[in-house]
Design a protein around this ligand. Structure first.
Ligand code: ADP
Length: 319
């Protein structure tokens, strides 16, 4: 292995820059060259590839987004586009590839590995929707943004005695809502993995009101959707004034938290170690604060479940 490539693909997430920096510097430390592939698989198909040096990745660890930029590329999903991508890797004399992205990007990485090209996947997504790893890169920063937003909304919510529904990201996964709800002291969390009994939820709000609580915060995962319908239901059942806030893309940006910078650095370095050790087709992640790697096909086939202990705790503490 002489030269490795690195790309970020699909949705961006805070911490990707820390991972790119770690890939580049670990590779150079080990005597390898690094090719930066811009705009994910799209840039690969277009040959948008430049050498990266130690200083190319200076001053980025604290920045959100990705210095390599990102893209969605439908052409790479087609056989012809995929073959062109493989040929491009050969043309640029790249011997191994690190793909930083979510499950879509991992599908591309898996295909490359299946075609015999050594590829390693780093889980870069705020959604925390990959089952094989406890945490994905960017999740902690997104949670921090959500918890700060809860704080701001709580201030105004208390002044008016309102119920606030806060819709957060996560696609089909409720983790941002669940962990954000626990960390932010929400009265209820509504996630797609579980049916919510709206009468129970309304009783919690009414109990809080009786106790003199000035506000109620409900976290709703985007996978559940329909925040305005949920608001109408709560309004009609409790008579409360209910407002909806959709945080949206604010959650995708911002300076990465120390945890995400550390996670990105560890995952990036580990990915390079894997390639140097001759491993291919691995998804790397973290479990019990230990770095782990598993077959990328297996990683993709695992079904993510929500954390029942955390859900139960959030429910009990909102009594
Ligand atoms: P994310 O990685 O954030 O889940 P997407 O689902 O949009 O984002 O996937 C990112 C990119 O990964 C796609 O635009 C496409 O280029 C590539 N990709 C997804 N599925 C495949 C596939 N089956 N084969 C090859 N490339 C794929």
């Amino acid at each position: 292995m002489k030269k490795i490539g690195v790309l970020t693909s699909g949705g961006d997430s805070p911490g990707m820059n820390a991972a790119i920096r770690a890939v580049v510097r670990t590779a150079i430390y080990n005597g390898l060259e690094v090719a930066g592939i811009y705009r994910g698989y799209q840039g690969l198909l277009e040959g948008d590839i430049e050498p990266l040096t130690v200083s190319s990745v200076g001053d980025i660890i604290h920045r959100g987004g990705t210095m390599l930029r990102t893209a969605r590329c439908l052409e790479f999903k087609e056989e012809e586009g995929f073959q062109r991508g493989l040929a491009m890797l050969k043309m640029f004399k790249i011997d191994g590839l690190v793909v930083i992205g979510g499950d879509g990007s991992f599908n591309g990485a898996k295909r490359l590995a299946d075609a015999g090209f050594p590829t390693i996947g780093i889980p870069g997504t705020i959604d925390n929707d990959l089952a094989y790893t406890e945490f994905t890169l960017g999740f902690d920063t997104a949670l921090t943004t959500v918890v700060n937003a809860i704080g701001n909304i709580r201030d105004t919510s208390s002044s008016h005695g309102r119920v606030n529904i806060i819709e957060v990201m996560g696609r089909h996964c409720g983790d941002i809502a669940l962990y954000g709800g626990l960390a932010g002291g929400a009265e209820a969390v509504i996630i797609p993995e579980i049916d919510t009994d709206m009468d129970d939820l309304c009783q919690t709000i009414l109990r809080g009101k009786k106790r003199g609580k000035l506000h109620s915060i409900i976290l709703l995962a985007e996978g559940v959707g329909k925040p305005y319908e949920v608001a109408e239901q709560i309004k009609s059942k409790t008579g409360s004034d209910v407002k909806v806030s959709v945080i949206g893309y604010l959650q995708r940006g911002g300076t990465p938290t120390p945890s995400d910078r550390i996670l990105g650095s560890r995952l990036g370095a580990y990915a390079v170690d894997q390639l140097i050790a001759g491993k291919a087709g691995r998804a790397i992640g973290i479990k019990g604060n230990q770095l782990v790697d598993i077959d990328i096909s297996e990683a993709l086939s695992m079904k993510k479940d929500y954390d029942k202990e955390i859900y139960e705790l959030a429910r009990i503490l909102a009594i």
